[in-house]
Write a protein that binds this ligand. Structure first.
Ligand code: GLC
Length: 443
């Protein structure tokens, strides 16, 4: 299935100075994959279950995702309508998905023996999608990463923690962190996006003892290194210093996001079921209808959606993920026009709807299907044509004389300037119906 998108400038920047592809493309795939796919009960399992290095080793020893096929992942992302894909190169557990020279704790040293990042990058590029990395600042495997309130060893008691922390040196860890980022941004061609994760300084409202932030990561230098190695890369905001975009996690901002009164580009990262890593028994799954509403809602507030998949320990997307992606793709196939290159509108949408706008096309997303009429404030005389987006079937519209009151036998009671659409009784059989309004040139 091909998702058609309006042509997009490759090198241009948008109004905020960001590479234009980001706010144009709107929809990306997050992939969380690591050893935690084997226990299959959340990517924080090492923390949640206080697992020691020795006990966690069994997942390294049995990591052998024989069904891994990066081309399949990338194709599914494209068919879902996603335009960029972001893979965890390393999550908090510390396991590296590429052939790093700086640790033995890497995929090429497992039975599987392959450089997953390499295969990922090649496959994503081959599908014409942008390439992104997620990289964990936190590392629960590295011997220099000091025990803190997030670490799996945090409950070992003061004496044991003091013993464990003796000789640990965050300066050495910092060197490792920067060295690995240098590898990732040097050896894999053009990388379009980097999602660092995450900072939790105690004095920045985190109730985690020993929390870490910009000084621990060497954030200024790390960001400078990132930009030097990959000019034009987009970097998120979790280094504890400002980045290019802000990254609300598992919530939907209810308005365009601002920093100090200025609108900022944002991307909500969302899960299918609340976990990022493969979580076998978690059935708290969002429906396609809900996810599509979240995507449209985000665009209407000037945001992107980065939707996560947690592949299994065999290396595949599970059935729920596949079905969800198929459903998203079916909707995007017909409705991509209301997403790609679209953003907020200055018109005020009626209840239970959101608008997105691209040039003189205004898109009305109907979260609930009304009986025949929708009243659009301020649009009288401004619409040239209207149609359902899924099948381009014409939608009739008119302005009702504002002097006619609602108590008469016909339609009335609408303020001046209102445009009234007449919808079919049958709701189109799509995840989220959209009316495309062609605005007059001077609207
Ligand atoms: C987090 C979590 C995590 C996930 C991420 C995605 O802060 O630690 O497991 O990778 O956010 O945004």
């Amino acid at each position: 299935m091909t998702i058609t998108a309006p042509a997009q400038p490759q090198t241009a920047t948008d109004a905020t100075g960001l590479p234009a592809w980001f706010t144009h493309d709107r929809f990306g795939m997050f992939i969380h994959w690591g050893l935690y796919a084997l226990p299959a009960r959340h990517e924080w399992i090492k923390n949640r279950e206080y697992i020691t290095e020795d006990a966690y080793q069994k997942y390294f020893d049995h990591f052998d995702p024989d069904l891994f096929d990066a081309a399949d992942w990338a194709r599914r992302a494209r068919e879902a309508g996603m335009k960029y894909v972001v893979l965890t190169t390393k999550h908090h557990e510390g396991f590296c998905l590429w052939d790093t020279a700086l640790t033995d704790y890497k995929s090429t040293n497992t039975r599987f023996g392959r450089d997953i990042v390499r295969e990922f990058v090649d496959a994503v590029r081959a599908e014409g999608l942008k390439v992104g990395f997620y990289h964990s600042l936190i590392d629960w495997h590295h011997p220099d990463f000091t025990i803190d309130g997030h670490h799996p060893r945090r409950n070992d008691g003061d004496a044991e923690i003091a013993r464990l922390n003796e000789g640990r040196d965050m300066a050495r860890y910092r060197e490792y962190l920067h060295g690995q980022v240098e590898e990732l941004l040097t050896d894999y061609g053009q990388i379009d996006y980097l999602f660092y994760d995450f900072s939790y300084r105690e004095d920045d409202h985190h109730d985690v003892w020993g929390g870490k932030g910009r000084d621990d990561w060497g954030s200024e230098e790390l960001l400078a290194l990132t930009r030097r190695l990959q000019p034009g890369i987009i970097v998120n905001d979790r280094l504890d210093i400002p980045g290019d975009i802000v990254t609300p996690e598992q919530y939907q901002p209810d308005k365009p996001m601002e920093l100090d009164g200025v609108q900022v580009p944002w991307e909500a990262c969302q899960t299918l079921n609340g976990s990022w890593g493969y979580d076998r028994d978690n059935m708290n799954v969002k429906s396609v209808d809900l996810l599509v509403r979240m995507l449209a809602d985000g665009v209407s507030n000037n945001g992107n959606m980065l939707l996560n998949i947690g592949p299994t320990g065999r290396g595949e997307f599970d059935g729920v993920s596949r079905a969800t992606l198929d459903g998203m793709g079916t909707w995007m196939h017909q409705h991509g026009r209301s997403v790609y290159g679209a953003g907020p509108s200055s018109f005020v949408a009626p209840p239970n709807t959101v608008y997105t706008q691209r040039g003189n096309r205004l898109y009305l997303h109907l979260f609930a299907w009304p009986f025949e009429h929708v009243h659009l404030a301020g649009l009288a005389g401004k619409v040239e044509y209207a149609q359902l987006l899924n099948d381009a079937s014409e939608i009739a519209f008119r302005s009702i004389d504002p002097s006619v009151r609602a108590i008469t036998t016909g339609l009335g009671g609408q303020p001046a300037g209102t445009l009234t659409l007449t919808l079919p009784i049958q709701r189109p059989d799509v995840a989220l119906p959209v009316v495309e309004l062609f605005l007059e040139d001077d609207a």
